[in-house]
Design a protein around this ligand. Sequence first.
Ligand code: XMP
Length: 509
Amino acid sequence: SVVILDFGSQFTRLITRRFRELGAYSVILPGGSSLERIAQEDPRGIVLSGGPNSVYDPQSPRPAPGVLDLPVPILGVCYGMQFLAHEAGGDVRRVGKREYGKADLTRYGGQLFAGIQGEFIAWMSHSDSVTRLPQGYEVVAETEDTPVAAIENPVTRRYGVQFHPEVVHTPKGGQLLANFLEICGVNRDWNAQHIVDELVEEVRAQVGGGRVLLAISGGVDSSTLGLLLARAIGDRLTAVFIDHGLLRLGEREQVEAALKPLGVNLITVDARKEFLGHLEGVSDPEQKRKIIGREFIRAFEREAREHGPFDFLAQGTLYPDVIESAGGLSADKSGAANIKSHHNVGGLPDDLQFRLVEPFRTLFKDEVREIAKLLGLPDQIRMRHPFPGPGLAIRCLGAITEEKLDILKRVDDIFISGLREFGLYDGCSQALAILTPIQSVGVMGDGRTYSYTAALRAVTTDDFMTAEWARLPYDFLATMSNRIVNQVHEVNRVVYDITGKPPATIEWE
Ligand code: XMP
């Protein structure tokens, strides 16, 4: 593998993803990880990430003693390059102001740039610069403002770049990273087939003859996990899909049709009455979430007892949830939790203690989507927008009734189907319909109406922490509005949400 030592750059994860896209397995470890910890990953190369500190500050984070002496190639990025230079006896100083943005390399060469031709735009984000080279190193790239934009010591195989090759703003950065992999001589066999084979082996080894329970939500992670486990252990998997009545139109049937024919031992539980009963008269969003979370566990527990005993509980935990890092990277989760308490499966009672099976712990979401394709998950589910655990409950504002849910399902279906029909679905990160409690006056035919207002929302975002409202074409919105009021008689007004996040959130509750 290639081990990325994280010193706190916001881009660290991207380095890992780029290597994996290039077919080389790569992991992130905290910058100060011990030699033993690093050795566990069998590194063929090491990357020192960027970070917010200055190398001449004695408090700044550094790799453990001995790491720089490991007999494998090392690439320092930004702070990482400054660290390499500083440790080898060079000078690093604050020169002028912070350089931020695109820079054109005026000259480049050397092993990292082998085979790269033409213009090289590099993304810069730094205040310190290497001002004197250590012995054995040479400058292999420069820009107008940064005379030392890349360095290398071909004898010790130490390399450094002041810019960020991992971001999209460095278009030829991928080639540079591929060159580093070449220098490391690392295997480039990390592809979907390889991942599936490895995970199947791993699951078989972990589970042995045991039985595994899995909750299917209808999303890509749990569905793909169901397919993987079915392939690995067949009927020793029991997958439970709880229909809480808050799913989208036809979703349950779609999930069943996708998984059952591919050998997933799927049990669908019709818990609609139960959930709606407990939600009756509840209008507070947090209260809704709590009730749904609690009822979900209750229903799941019942199924576990009925179909058990089980030895393992499978979960679709992804790599970003478990990355050990320099900090900051997982802060988004806790930040979000202050605003809305997201519910997840968990907190099962003591007498239902399972060991966990989490085959996706090392995977990014796009890798899960890749293996999903190989395992035969239909694109409708594979490329689906995220859907919240509490489902339509938090899109049906105020107290929920069966009637309102039914209206919302039909509006949502028209909108989502429309996005697909007009080729706009994949361009949005998430799209949703909301049924507001507002009733207003309208005119239909010759008659006065007094009906609901539905809201449509579509956003684009990379991380769901901030988002922009999607600039959907007016004509498309007009078509949606017409279809909705014509087909859903309980709605006589459609509005489009043009608020970003912040200040709004993506969901309305
Ligand atoms: P907000 O509304 O906070 O949503 O901007 C950010 C992302 O989180 C999803 N979301 C939830 N997911 N349980 C979930 O599993 C929840 O209670 C929940 N609330 C919001 C939302 O759909 C968006 O993708």
